[in-house]
Design a protein around this ligand. Structure first.
Ligand SMILES: [Zn+2]
Length: 456
């Protein structure tokens, strides 16, 4: 619009000039080197205009000629970049789709067209990894760590490789470097934690957990359980080294971090006992027995009460069981104490109650205990054998089991001895070793079992 107005104005001005010249005619004479030119003012104006136009056109042509190579190069560069980024996109899509051959081809093309910008390095490393060329992938991940934009991604690639190779010292080094770059990234913190626990670097693990708490990198319940596990191990190490005060301090922290952790209460109670705080230990065990009865708690309670005889222990066990009288573990505790003291009738009563309390699937230990009662009380070998048969098919006893690999452990530990998983050992029944067909079990359970056959 503005251009149109401008041109209209220009044409108007030229017309006005022509009209003005026509109304004021005149002549111009030029004499130069023996030449004489006579012309009207209008013709001279036209000549000057033509010369100016020709000069302008010539200048434009000259500029276009001079800048042509530069513009050609720019056009080529832009076309190259466009093709390069198209190859890069195609390569990233191929990597995501797991198409190794196309990914590799696209990576090469992108690398040739784009040089080696950060993204090309990543694509080349990933495509090499996809094609199983680990050496090349490693080289490219290493190259990525040299550039600030890709250092973190490069470290991630190197860390993953080191972990696959089970090269723990290198892995921990990469994880620490990644944490230095991005201290709040959840996967960095959880990976570092796993590596530190593998390397038994418990102080380091405690620091990492504190960082994870600040960065909210883990759900609160998981964080608390991990903290309890790390403090438990720090306590256990301190106890082994004879640093009783440190051991107790860490045990207390572990218990505070996660009172529901299956191993903290019994350990804390043990250390309270060692520190001579018997009353506190007893209170703690009685409180925990109402929440999570456990054989370790019962053992700690026995040490706290230090009964002189098996009969005295029956009395102590009764005071502990009284806090959760209906619980299967309370009956089991009383049954075992009675069995030890030779009180067969009491033992039978409590094991029977424990079996009832355990529901349809009594654990094997209770069946074995009943077999023992039968044998020692009435000498009924047939009844004892029936209980033992049931024990063989019953749920295996609860014990410390790694939830990651299913391997049982004699006692709780922070890291699985078999698979190295951190904080996966829980107190539970082992998985049933053999599949038992339903009718077979039903017929056994409904068969007469002698003295009370409570399983139905
Ligand atoms: Zn395991």
């Amino acid at each position: 619009m503005i251009r149109t107005i401008f041109y209209l104005l220009l044409v108007g001005a030229v017309m006005a000039a022509v009209a003005w010249l026509a109304s004021y005619p005149g002549e111009v004479t030029v004499v130069w080197q023996g030449w004489r030119i006579d012309a009207s003012v209008g013709v001279l104006g036209a000549i000057v205009l033509a010369v100016a136009l020709a000069a302008a056109l010539l200048t434009r042509f000259w500029v276009a000629l001079v800048t042509a190579p530069r513009r050609w190069a720019r056009w080529r560069r832009e076309r190259r970049l466009r093709s390069g980024y198209a190859a890069l996109s195609a390569g990233l899509v191929a990597v995501a789709a797991g198409d190794a051959a196309n990914a590799r081809r696209a990576a090469k093309r992108a690398d040739r067209l784009l040089g080696a910008p950060p993204l090309t390095l990543l694509l080349t490393a990933q495509s090499a990894q996809l094609a199983g060329d680990e050496a090349s992938a490693q080289r490219h991940f290493l190259a990525m760590t040299k550039q600030p934009e890709t250092e973190f991604l490069g470290l991630r690639g190197l860390l993953a490789r080191a972990m696959r190779d089970r090269d723990w010292p290198r892995a921990i080094d990469f994880a620490r470097r990644a944490r230095a770059l991005r201290p709040d990234t959840p996967w960095v913190l959880t990976t570092l934690l796993e590596l530190q626990t593998r390397a038994a670097d418990w102080e380091g693990a405690a620091d990492t957990l504190a960082q994870a708490a600040a960065a909210r990198a883990l759900p609160p319940t998981e964080l608390n359980r991990h903290q309890a596990s790390v403090y438990l191990e720090l306590s256990s190490v301190a106890a082994r080294d004879g640093r009783a005060a440190d051991a107790l301090r860490y045990a207390k922290r572990a218990y505070k971090a996660d009172p529901d952790h299956p191993a903290t209460a019994a350990w804390f109670a043990e250390l309270l006992l060692e520190a001579g705080r018997r009353r506190r230990a007893t209170k703690l065990i009685e409180f925990e027995w109402t929440r999570h009865p456990h054989p370790d708690l019962a053992a700690a309670y026995r040490r706290a009460r230090a009964p002189a005889t098996a009969l005295a222990w029956v009395g102590d066990a009764e005071s502990l069981a009284a806090v959760a009288p209906a619980h299967s573990d309370s009956h089991r505790l009383l049954g075992e104490a009675a069995l030890e003291a030779g009180l067969w009738g009491e033992a039978r009563k409590h094991f029977t109650a424990a079996i009832h309390a355990a529901g349809d699937a009594p654990p094997a230990i209770l069946c074995r205990k009943m077999a023992e009662v039968e044998e020692r009380d009435s000498g009924d070998q047939a009844a004892a054998r029936r209980w033992l048969t049931l024990a063989a098919e019953a749920h295996p006893d609860a014990r410390w089991v790694c939830d990651a690999c299913g391997v049982p452990h004699a006692k709780w530990r922070p890291v699985c001895a078999r698979c190295g998983s951190f904080d996966r050992i829980v107190w539970r029944m082992l998985d049933r070793p053999l599949p038992v067909s339903g009718p077979a079990v039903a017929s056994r359970l409904s068969a007469p079992l002698g003295e009370p056959p409570p399983l139905s």
